[in-house]
Design a protein around this ligand. Structure first.
Ligand code: PHE
Length: 343
């Protein structure tokens, strides 16, 4: 008679199974009983040959019955533990759908961008096309073709970074006027363009000077243009931008590439009272202008007897200062959000 206590093995196994509290513990339990090599139930099977022949069959049958009972219990326990762990996981990873989202603040355009867009829109209404040129410019377009030969004293006033010196000198353009030359070289009159862009100059930083700034160049070439057209155009454009109440004035000036030449000013943000921004003059210079010098027309192969033109350059930062009552040009470049949020 064999002495192996199958009933108590079954009961122990059931009890241990009921005590398992996680899938990992369940896995250990399973290996303990069902592992092919060392599982207790398989070890029992190996006892069969040692039994008296008459007992072998019933013993084997009993072991198989225990196996299938335990397998059923195991499957049931597994389903239980799986659903317990699933609900724990759901609880742990719960998303609070009522939580408000993180707001993404809508941005807005920089005041300078707004000025550039607005000036372009004003001139577009007057029939001007937008032209562009490189910021690293060659000597010919930035100076020589603009009637400013190598030894001309006007070069001194517009000193800049030279990327290459000597014969093929290239430099950071000091103004947008080279776009006049590029446009005329590639087109025949009539011409009516504005050319917005960055320019660079050696300059001392003050509340109205900065060594990098934006200009908006204008050029008109036609068979009958005169200084009154220039004055009328600029006055109209400035009134569109600043409103009719803001005063504008023209002062005689000199540029190598225009004759006669003028500079034009807008009443300062102090409305003429005199402040630091305008050095107490009540006016802020916006740019230069004049009738295109015949030698410039000749440099691009035009006949000055057939066509004339006028040109102007607007300082975009200066317009922003005047339009938005900004007392210092540096604010435009600092990107301080406390400043930018005010627009
Ligand atoms: N290019 C000149 C400057 O930057 C301005 C200007 C433009 C003057 C067009 C006359 C005509 O100072």
């Amino acid at each position: 008679m064999n002495t192996i206590p199958l009933d108590s093995i079954l009961n122990d196994a059931k009890n241990l199974l009921a005590e398992t509290s996680s899938l990992a513990a369940l896995e250990d339990w399973y290996l303990r009983y069902f592992s092919r090599e060392r599982g207790e139930l398989n070890l029992l099977t190996r006892e069969i040959p040692k039994l008296p022949p008459a007992e072998r069959k019933p013993f084997g049958q009993e072991v198989n019955r225990i196996k299938s009972v335990l397998q059923e219990h195991f499957d049931a326990r597994k389903r239980e533990l799986e659903s317990v762990e699933l609900s724990k996981k759901l609880l742990r990873e719960r998303i609070d759908v009522t939580m408000p989202g993180r707001a993404i603040a809508p941005g807005h355009l920089h005041p300078l961008t707004r000025v550039l867009d607005e000036v372009i829109a004003v001139f577009a209404k007057l029939g001007y096309n937008v032209a562009e040129g490189p910021e690293v410019e060659d000597d010919w377009h930035n100076f020589t073709a603009l009637n400013t030969p190598e030894d001309h004293p006007a070069r001194e006033m517009q000193d800049t970074f030279y990327v290459e010196t000597g014969a093929g000198a290239r430099l950071l353009r000091t103004h947008t006027s080279p776009v006049q030359i590029r446009t005329m070289e590639q087109n025949q009159p009539p011409i009516r363009i504005i050319a917005p862009g960055r320019v660079y100059r050696r300059d001392t930083v003050t509340n109205r000077h900065y060594p990098i700034f934006h200009q908006i160049e204008g050029l008109v070439v036609d068979s009958r243009t005169n200084f009154a057209d220039l004055k009328g155009t600029l006055t109209l454009a400035m009134q569109e931008i600043f409103g009719k109440d803001r005063k504008i004035r023209f002062r005689p000036s000199f540029f190598p590439f225009t004759e006669p030449s003028a500079e034009y000013d807008i009443q300062c943000i102090c409305r003429g009272e005199g402040c630091r921004l305008c050095s107490r003059t009540g006016w802020l210079e916006i740019g230069g202008c004049g009738m295109v010098d015949p030698s410039v027309l000749q440099a691009v192969g035009y006949d000055p007897e057939q066509v004339q033109g006028f040109a102007f350059g607007l300082g975009a930062e200066r317009i922003a200062l005047l339009k938005y009552d900004i007392p210092d040009i540096r604010l435009i470049w600092e990107n301080d959000l406390r400043f930018l949020r005010q627009f």
